[in-house]
Design a protein around this ligand. Structure first.
Ligand code: DQA
Length: 155
C-alpha cells in the first residue's frame, strides 16, 4: 500500500469531456489519463493522490468538506466554470482551511474578460494556468516541497 501525505485532485464541470472538448483550447489529453499520470507522479514523490470530478457545485462542496475527515493534506483544484461564479466553493475551501493550488489548463487571462476573475486565486497557495496538463504536475511537485517544509497550516 502506498503511504505518504494524501492530496485530493478535484475537477469541476465539463472537465470529464477533456479530449473531445474544444481541443484547440484544452488539448487532447483525457481526464482519465491526467488522473492516472497524476497518481503515478505523486507516488514517485512519496505522496498519495485521489481524484474526483463533478459537474455539480454541491457535490464539489460536499467533497471539499469531506477532506477534513479523510486526513487530506492539500487540494489541487480546477474549478472550471465555477472559478468565475462560485462563492459556495470558495466558502467550502475557507471552512476546511486546507492549502490548495488552483489549476487551469488554459490561460484564463488570455480569453474572454469574464474568465480573468477567479473566486479562488487570492486564497490559493499557488495558481497555475496556461500550461495544459503540466499544470497538474507542477501542483503535485509544489505540494511535495510544501508538505516537506511546512509543519503548520498557513491559515
Ligand atoms: C478552465 C478555464 C475555465 O474558464 C473554464 O470554464 C473551464 C476550464 C481551464 O482549465 O482552463 O471549464 O478552468
Amino acid at each position: 500500500m502506498t503511504t505518504g501525505p494524501l492530496l485530493w485532485l478535484l475537477h469541476g464541470p465539463n472537465l470529464n469531456m477533456l479530449g473531445q472538448r474544444e481541443p484547440d483550447v484544452y488539448g487532447s489529453q483525457t481526464l482519465e489519463s491526467i488522473n492516472t499520470q497524476s497518481v503515478t507522479l505523486a507516488k514517485s514523490l512519496g505522496l498519495r493522490l485521489e481524484s474526483f470530478q463533478s459537474n455539480h457545485e454541491g457535490e464539489l462542496v460536499d467533497r471539499i468538506q469531506q477532506a477534513l475527515g479523510q486526513n487530506v493534506k492539500g487540494l489541487i483544484l480546477n474549478p472550471a466554470a465555477f472559478t468565475h461564479t462560485s462563492v459556495a466553493l470558495r466558502d467550502a475551501l475557507a471552512a476546511v482551511a486546507l492549502p490548495f493550488v488552483e489549476v487551469h489548463l488554459s490561460n484564463i487571462h488570455r480569453r474572454e474578460p469574464f474568465r480573468s476573475h477567479s473566486y479562488f486565486s487570492d486564497k490559493a497557495e499557488a495558481v497555475v494556468c496556461g500550461m495544459g496538463p503540466l499544470g497538474y504536475e507542477s501542483a503535485i511537485r509544489f505540494f511535495q516541497k510544501y508538505l516537506l517544509t511546512t509543519t503548520t497550516p498557513s491559515r
